[in-house]
Design a protein around this ligand. Structure first.
Ligand SMILES: Nc1ncnc2c1ncn2[C@@H]1O[C@H](COP(=O)(O)OP(=O)(O)O)[C@@H](O)[C@H]1O
Ligand SMILES: [Mg+2]
Length: 576
């Protein structure tokens, strides 16, 4: 109920149009209500009294009624759709904005497919509830209320009898409504599972094929598909039970009315026409009850979606600008980790008491086994995650005290695998700085050793990159990523295994571009191959989330510790 009110708050900006729509609906419904009066006059005046003039009036009345109904029917459909669609667009926008703002830790815990399902399926369910069902709800309610009023005017005793059965029908609706809501939740969850499985299998189709796991995937998907079938059938079963039950109750009511009304006509209390009109209204009454109960079901189902959508909207944005946070002024690039401890999940520290400092322009390298915590260190500098204790300072500013935009605006990151957008090469480079000029884009591409291969693409800078940049090699994608970073011109640079996925040949080209990029910037280089970090100002060997040892290449070799072990393993392998 709370969420329904909340959903309605999205309608608020469109109140005027909604009010106009409701007026249209009421007038169109009112035209419907006039028809039984025509029948009454037809029976009592035209048929019983042979009134020819009345027949003419009635004929004109029918034509006019249907004409008016048509016009307002158009108005109601148009206006309600307008409001409904606007609300959905707004909800979708808010939801998307929320996803942009949620901390990375949310995305660590949820699959892409699951998130897509929220935006696609849940919002679609809301759309259905708001647009189609809203028209039905208002139409049927006005016909219901209007019919009741007419019935009381015709015969209040008979009306009272009718009313006794209505609460019975209402009670049945309530019980079913509750069941429908819970089965609606199950359906949406199953659908989300299916979308997620499908998305995952298709995204990882190469892995599936390389392991020959097609049948395994087919079986896994089939099982989820079956679960969805069962959930759907359960929901449909409830729906199919709901309609006849409500209808039967309505039929009982009609029988009571027919008997008592006939008794009154026989005794001359009401006219025959009045009874026929009354019965028409009573049937009118049954129809809305039936439809409203269906609308009720659809709304319950949509509310299950709304619950999930709002739950996401209410997720805490754990990493936000502090109240009164100031912009980080252009920095020189001094980066200090002061006794930093951090855990992705409570009680399981990924970093423990890490302290180091990088002077402006220095090159700092992190080496160590995989899972040691190197990327985690890199993730903390732009404040993708929040430290558990200790502090990270840039030029003396705690990263938590400055605005995220100004912080991240001065940090460039080249990861191991770059995600390129399905847009042109130019647009992908321009992502680094949206207001970059054409010359700046070209220069950045040249500095990244990318210009030449880009010019060789079918449409040069206008070439569209496939969904995940599939038609470019790893080395080419990295060079576009480097061009993007060059364009951003950050003071602080993070290269997280930027060349690890490349073959030796493209590594050389990319490394040359990276070396150029690092000049004059504070650079953090995470590398597998030690050869890329020989000339670092400081090398930190990370193991188990701690700094194991540190120093220059020569000093570490001389110390004969973990670094010199790694060095000897790598170089006896390559030389021997
Ligand atoms: N997003 C994450 N959520 C939870 N745990 C993570 C996440 N990323 C990394 N970890 C864990 O933190 C530890 C350090 O990982 P990482 O910094 O990626 O290592 P490295 O980059 O040195 O290979 C590992 O135990 C890893 O499993
Ligand atoms: Mg890593």
């Amino acid at each position: 109920m709370k969420n329904y009110v909340r959903l309605l708050s999205y309608i608020k900006p469109y109140m005027r149009r909604l009010a106009e729509a409701i007026v249209c609906i009421i007038i169109a419904a009112g035209a419907n209500l006039y028809l039984p009066w025509i029948i009454k006059d037809m029976i009592d005046k035209v048929l019983a009294e042979k009134d020819m003039q009345m027949l003419n009036v009635i004929s004109v009345g029918i034509v006019v009624t249907f004409f008016i109904r048509g016009i307002f029917y158009y108005g109601q459909s148009y206006l309600v759709s307008f409001v409904g669609q606007r609300v959905i667009i707004d909800v979708r926008d808010v939801l998307f904005r929320k996803f942009q703002r949620l901390p990375l830790s949310y995305f660590d815990r949820h699959q892409t497919g699951e998130i897509m399902s929220y935006i696609a399926n849940d919002v679609a369910a809301l759309q259905n509830a708001l647009v189609d069902r809203l028209i039905e709800l208002v139409t049927e309610s006005s016909i219901f209320i209007g019919s009741l009023v007419m019935m009381v005017m015709l015969d209040w005793k008979l009306s009272l009898l009718t009313l006794i059965t209505v609460p019975l029908v209402g009670q049945a609706m309530k019980v079913f409504g509750r069941k429908l809501k819970s089965s609606g939740t199950v359906i949406q969850e199953r659908l989300a599972d299916i979308t997620a499985t499908m998305q995952e299998s298709i995204a990882a189709i190469r892995v599936v094929k390389s392991f020959g796991r097609e049948d395994y995937e087919i079986e896994r998907f089939h099982r989820q598909n079956e679960l969805n079938f069962r959930a759907e059938m359960k929901n449909n079963q409830l729906m199919s039970l709901l309609t006849p039950t409500v209808e039967f109750l309505a039929a009982l009511a009609v029988t009571v009315i027919v008997w008592f009304g006939g008794y009154e006509v026989v005794n001359g209390v009401i006219t025959a026409g009045a009874l026929v009109a009354f019965l028409t209204y009573a049937v009118n009454l049954a129809n809305p009850v039936k439809r409203i109960s269906r609308v009720y079901g659809a709304i319950q189902k949509a509310m299950a979606g709304a619950d999930r959508v709002f739950a996401i909207m209410d997720m805490p944005e754990t990493i936000v600008n502090r109240p009164g946070a100031k912009d980080l002024p252009p920095v020189r690039g001094e980066v200090v980790f002061d006794d930093v401890t951090f855990a992705y999940e409570e009680g399981n520290d990924a970093l423990s008491q890490v302290s180091f400092s990088a002077a402006p322009g220095q090159m700092i390298a992190f080496v160590g086994p995989s899972g040691a915590g190197k990327s985690t260190i890199a993730n903390l500098i732009p404040r993708f995650y929040e430290v558990s204790s200790g502090a990270i300072r840039i030029d003396g500013y705690d990263v938590r005290d400055v605005t995220m935009e100004s912080l991240r605006g001065q940090i460039g990151i080249v990861p191991q695998e770059t995600m390129l957008f399905s847009a042109t090469v130019r647009e992908n480079i321009r992502y680094g700085r949206l207001d970059a000029t054409e010359e700046e884009i070209l220069q950045a591409a040249k500095d990244a050793n990318a210009h030449e291969f880009i010019m060789a693409l079918p449409e040069g800078y206008e070439t569209k990159i496939g969904e995940r940049g599939l038609n470019l090699s790893g080395g080419q994608r990295q060079r576009i990523a480097i061009a993007r970073a060059i364009l951003k011109d950050p003071r602080i640079l993070i290269l997280d295994e930027a060349t690890s996925a490349l073959d030796t040949e493209s590594e050389k080209v990319v490394q040359a571009a990276l070396d150029r990029l690092m000049i004059g910037r504070t650079s953090f280089v995470i590398a597998h191959r030690l050869s890329t970090v020989f000339n670092a100002d400081q090398i930190y060997v990370i193991e188990g989330g701690r700094i194991h040892e540190h120093g220059t290449h020569e000093a570490l070799l001389a110390a004969g510790g973990l670094y010199s072990n790694l060095y000897h393993i790598q170089f006896s392998k390559t030389s021997g």
